[in-house]
Design a protein around this ligand. Structure first.
Ligand SMILES: Nc1ncnc2c1ncn2[C@@H]1O[C@H](COP(=O)(O)OP(=O)(O)OP(=O)(O)O)[C@@H](O)[C@H]1O
Ligand SMILES: [Mg+2]
Length: 251
C-alpha cells in the first residue's frame, strides 16, 4: 500500500464573490516529491497556495496534509502541522538583521516562545540552528546587516532559506526566482535543491528552465482547473498543455 500523500486536494473550489477562480482542483503530492505548478498569469496558482496554507478557506472541497484534514484551519495551525510557504512578493522583516530574521523563524518553528527565554540550553539550540541556516544560505557574513539592505536576490535567498530550513517538511514556494537574473536564478535553484532534500516541495514558477530542472512532476493550471499532471517529459509533449500554455509568451 502506498503511504498517504503529503498533500491531497479534493475537488477544491474557490470563488471571490460571484467569480469562480479555482474550479475543482484534485491533486495528490507524494511525500518527498518536488512538484511544480505552472500556468498563465491569473490562472489561480497563488490562490491555490493561499487555500492550502490557510490564508483563506476554499468555497468547497477538502485539503489534507499528511492525511489530516486541514480544510479551513488558520495559517499558524497548518504551519504547526509542518507546512511552510513563501510568498510571491518578498516577505521578510527589512529592519531586523539577517540573523534576527532567521532566528525569528527558528524560534517559531521550535515553538519555544514564552518559556524559552529562561532556558539557556534551548537558547543554545536556537543559536546553533540559526547559524546553520545562515551558513546554508551563504549569508553568515551578512548576518548583522538589516535584511532590507540585502540585494533583491539575497533577500529572496533569505526568504527561501527561512521557508525551507525552518523545520517544516512540506514546503510551498511561490515564484522564488521571479525578478532574478540568469545567474541568480541558477544559484537559487541550487539553494532550493540543497535545502529541500527529503522534504516535499510544491513550487509555482514561470521559468521553464527552473521547472524542468527541479520538478519530479508538473501540474498545469489553466483558468482554475488542472489540465494535466505528469512528468516533465510528458508535460512537454502534451498537446493540450502546449496549446494552453507552453510556447506562449507571458510576463
Ligand atoms: N483576495 C482576492 N480577492 C479577489 N480576487 C482575487 C483575490 N486573490 C486573487 N484574486 C483573483 O483571482 C485570480 C487568480 O489570481 P492568482 O493570484 O491566484 O493568479 P496566479 O496564477 O498566481 O497569477 P500570477 O502568475 O500572475 O501570479 C485573479 O483574477 C485575481 O485577480
Ligand atoms: Mg501568483
Amino acid at each position: 500500500m502506498s503511504p498517504s500523500p503529503a498533500l491531497q486536494l479534493q475537488e477544491v473550489h474557490k470563488s471571490f464573490g460571484p467569480t469562480p477562480i479555482i474550479r475543482g482542483v484534485t491533486l495528490d503530492v507524494v511525500a518527498g516529491e518536488r512538484h511544480a505548478v505552472i500556468g498563465p498569469n491569473g490562472a489561480g496558482k497563488s490562490t491555490l497556495f493561499n487555500i492550502v496554507s490557510g490564508r483563506f478557506p476554499p468555497t468547497r472541497g477538502t485539503v489534507r496534509l499528511k492525511g489530516t484534514d486541514i480544510t479551513g484551519q488558520p495559517p499558524f495551525e497548518i504551519n504547526r502541522r509542518g507546512l511552510s510557504r513563501s510568498f510571491q512578493v518578498t516577505n521578510i522583516f527589512p529592519r531586523l538583521s539577517v540573523h534576527e530574521n532567521v532566528r525569528c523563524s527558528v524560534l517559531w518553528s521550535l515553538r519555544y516562545r514564552y518559556s524559552l527565554w529562561h532556558r539557556v540550553d534551548r537558547l543554545r539550540d536556537v543559536e546553533d540552528r540559526t547559524e546553520r541556516i545562515l551558513a546554508q544560505i551563504n549569508l553568515s557574513a551578512r548576518q548583522d546587516v538589516p535584511a532590507g539592505v540585502l540585494t533583491y536576490a539575497e533577500q529572496r535567498a533569505l526568504e527561501i532559506g527561512i521557508t525551507i530550513a525552518g523545520g517544516a517538511d512540506v514546503i510551498l514556494l511561490d515564484e522564488p526566482t521571479a525578478g532574478m537574473s540568469h545567474s541568480e536564478t541558477e544559484y537559487a535553484v541550487e539553494l532550493i535543491r540543497g535545502l529541500s532534500g527529503g522534504k516535499t516541495l510544491v513550487i509555482v514558477e514561470h521559468d521553464m528552465g527552473v521547472v524542468f530542472n527541479l520538478a519530479d512532476r508538473i501540474s498545469v493550471l489553466v483558468y482554475g482547473e488542472i489540465i494535466a499532471t505528469d512528468t516533465p517529459d510528458r508535460i512537454r509533449a502534451n498537446r493540450a498543455v502546449q496549446d494552453a500554455y507552453l510556447g506562449t509568451e507571458h510576463h
